[in-house]
Design a protein around this ligand. Structure first.
Ligand code: FES
Length: 289
């Protein structure tokens, strides 16, 4: 799927989510006019106006009663005050009131949560579809042109370090290939036939980064002293096998790639296809614990 298609899908998802959130918030805007009075309210008002005449006569009654009270206080009989019936309770019409504050906050909370979850889902979807980066560790890493890699190895004392591939690139002697056949994985043979081998920097013992030792021309791990020859075959120390490797690929244009997505286990202890012995003092002492 192209990047343009992914972007279009993402935009469509965001628009749909935004529309949903807006519709949720605006759902109650279609009540019969904010501020409009319900039928019940209108009827109650009418009744109140009718009762106004009764109220006037009631006021007259109250005045008469007060006069009678005065008479009573001065020794005459008490006069009975006219009673009026209490107004019945009529609950407020929710349609007329519109959206209460509680409803507003509930809906706002739900809408915001829905929008957040929707945006997260959309972002995850886009991230899932987005083409993964090629060229980083875990994929195929370009280490330059073949001639440059060879000269890089020779100019740096026999060991070419490719940091993005987390690998050492060294020369594999082509005349040792007959011994390697049947021992090394077929995936590595393409590179070995081109005179190159890529060794994973991670020590197969406990995972330390294995550095090169320019004096011995071996790899020598500073953590527990495992030693490997220049092509990663184990020579000493506690490691359970030789250094792990990555397959190499070569393009028609002469570019070299390290396939760091494919880790090939190192060869078993005792394999020594190149016969390379230490060419000088060791950098660390081997230990066989
Ligand atoms: S991690 Fe390298 S020898 Fe132990």
């Amino acid at each position: 799927m192209s990047a343009t298609a992914v972007i279009i899908i993402a935009i469509a998802a965001v628009v749909v989510l935004a529309g949903g959130a807006f519709a949720t918030l605006a759902r109650r805007s279609d009540v019969r006019g904010a501020g409009a009075l319900s039928d019940e309210t209108v009827a109650r008002d009418r009744a109140a106006r009718k009762a106004a005449g009764v109220s006037a006569s009631a006021s007259a009654d109250r005045a008469a009663a007060e006069a009678a009270g005065k008479e009573a206080r001065t020794g005459t009989a008490l006069a009975k005050v006219a009673e009026t019936a209490p107004e019945p309770f009529v609950p407020a019409d929710p349609d007329a009131i519109g959206v209460s504050r509680r409803q507003f906050f509930n809906r706002a909370t739900i809408s915001l949560m829905s929008a957040g979850i929707g945006a997260f889902a959309a972002a995850s979807f886009v991230a899932f579809l987005w083409p993964t980066k090629t060229g980083g560790f875990g994929g195929k890493v370009s280490i330059g042109r073949y001639d440059d890699v060879i000269s890089g190895i020779r100019n740096s004392g026999g060991f070419f370090y490719a940091p993005e591939a987390r690998a050492w690139i060294t020369e594999y002697p082509v005349d040792a290939i007959p011994k390697a056949e049947g021992i090394y994985a077929p995936a590595l043979m393409t590179g070995m036939q081109q005179g190159l081998i890529a060794s994973y920097q991670k020590c197969p013992h406990l995972g330390c980064r294995v550095p090169e030792c320019s004096s011995s021309q071996w790899f020598e791990c500073g953590c527990h002293g495992s030693q490997y020859n220049r092509v990663g075959e184990k020579k000493g120390g506690p490691a359970p096998r030789g250094m792990d490797h990555f397959p190499l690929e070569f393009t028609a244009a002469g570019e070299v790639f390290v396939d760091t997505g494919t880790i090939v286990q190192g060869v078993p202890i005792g394999v020594n296809t190149t016969g390379q012995e230490a060419e000088g003092p060791h950098c660390v002492g081997a230990s066989d614990h």
